[in-house]
Design a protein around this ligand. Structure first.
Ligand SMILES: [Fe+2]
Length: 394
């Protein structure tokens, strides 16, 4: 997979030998009873072929209609506006988060790690092995890693504390007292013809520990002093939960989001919903078209992970990579953070990045199990993780 690029036109993808909606189990067997995250799209074209009539029809439709009308795109220094839109909609697009050098470095990292994922090849005439429990031609950098994160990768680690993103995160969280949980992201090959189902990432615990109320105060919520937090009125409780997401993710765009190359779709306001998003069969067309077309390369989509979102068809000839860094507020349970960042990577970071990565940093001399090992299949990742664990305990 030499010369792989996540920017240029490519021959990668469009494998007509991978049937639409095919997913695989932990060992790579197709069409398991438990599809995991590979929820089928009943409206997908019947063939994975660039010039297939169904694909052309979908392409024409997307050319005309894809994208949120009048999508707001902020400049990085509009911190107040960014935070306002983020809290209102559950996501916000900010351009120029990366400079040219950072964008190039991240593109190189995305291509390098994708090549590792694709290196295994496919079976029975397929070009690639689909990731366990996902739709074809779609991979998660995070879940394809045997450590579940890419915090061992200096490229990802170098994007944790940027002059553009840190003031924005501070505005969104209400202070600089947040932490890094991990990083990975999402990539799709050309020919990912299916819509990924709408979903939220992670769950909302629906609890208000002391730290969460304190964070809301910093964000301007009038939290009445009460000895017992259950004394908070419902309006206040709701405001606190709306404004203090348990996870905030920055997805960086390696290429312009176009109507054709699989722009992420986001449903405004859904971050506060306690309902489940519609299934692929019942999802209305306006939601399928609610995508971030127009967001340029180097921009970021800053997401409240509770907001409904999903990947969309990539009918182009360009890989669409969207690496990310995931942040959590100070009240996020410390025990859920895993030590996936090697000490020697942590040492290279800025003082602020070191502080916010303190709970994911491994001890000196301990290489985090699975770090650096990529595999599309869960069984492959498990074996690699185990091998690392055994090597560490020797
Ligand atoms: Fe997601």
């Amino acid at each position: 997979m030499k010369g792989l690029s996540v920017i240029d036109e490519t021959d990668v993808g469009w494998d007509e030998h991978t049937p639409p909606n095919e997913t695989v189990d932990a060992d790579g067997n197709p069409f398991p009873s438990d599809r995991g995250f590979g929820v089928a799209d009943p409206r997908a074209p019947k063939r994975r072929e660039y010039d297939d009539p169904d694909v052309r029809r979908l392409r024409d439709h997307l050319r005309q209609h894809n994208g949120i009308h009048s999508l707001e795109i902020c400049a990085p220094d509009e911190v107040e506006r960014i935070a306002r839109i983020f809290h209102r909609d559950g996501f916000v697009v900010v351009r120029d988060l990366l400079n040219t050098e950072q964008l190039e470095r991240f593109c190189e990292g995305c291509a390098r790690v994708l090549a590792q994922i694709l290196a295994i090849g496919g079976t029975d005439g397929r070009k690639y092995t689909t990731e366990t429990g996902r739709l074809p031609h779609r991979y998660s950098y995070g879940t394809s890693s045997a450590s579940r994160q890419l915090m061992h990768d200096s490229t990802w680690a170098s994007m944790i504390d940027l002059p553009t993103t840190t003031p924005i995160l501070t505005g969104i969280f209400g202070s600089a007292d947040y932490r890094v949980f991990g990083g990975g992201g999402d990539v799709c090959l050309p020919g990912a013809i299916e819509y990924q189902h709408l979903h939220a990432d992670g769950s909302e615990p629906q609890v208000i520990p002391e730290g969460r109320a304190a964070q809301a105060k910093l964000l301007g919520v009038d939290v009445k002093e009460a000895a017992d937090s259950s004394a908070l009125d419902l309006h206040t409780q709701r405001l606190i939960m709306e404004l203090t997401p348990p996870f905030v993710t920055i997805n960086f765009l390696m290429s312009d989001a176009t109507w054709e190359n699989g722009p992420i779709r986001q449903i405004p306001g859904s971050h506060t919903s306690r309902q489940s998003p519609p299934t692929p069969a019942e999802e209305p067309e306006w939601m399928r078209l609610s995508t971030l077309v127009g967001a340029p390369a180097g921009a970021g989509v800053i997401r409240d992970n509770r907001a409904w979102h999903g990947a969309t068809p990539n009918l182009s000839r360009q890989i669409r990579a969207m690496p990310n860094i995931e942040y959590v507020p100070s009240w996020h349970p410390a025990e859920s953070s895993r030590k996936t960042m090697p000490h020697e990577i942590w040492e290279t970071l800025s003082p602020h990045a070191q502080r916010i990565c303190r709970l994911i940093k491994a001890e000196p001399g301990i290489w985090p199990a699975g770090a650096g090992e990529m595999h599309p299949l869960a069984s492959g990742r498990k074996a690699l993780y185990k091998k690392d664990m055994e090597a560490t305990s020797d």
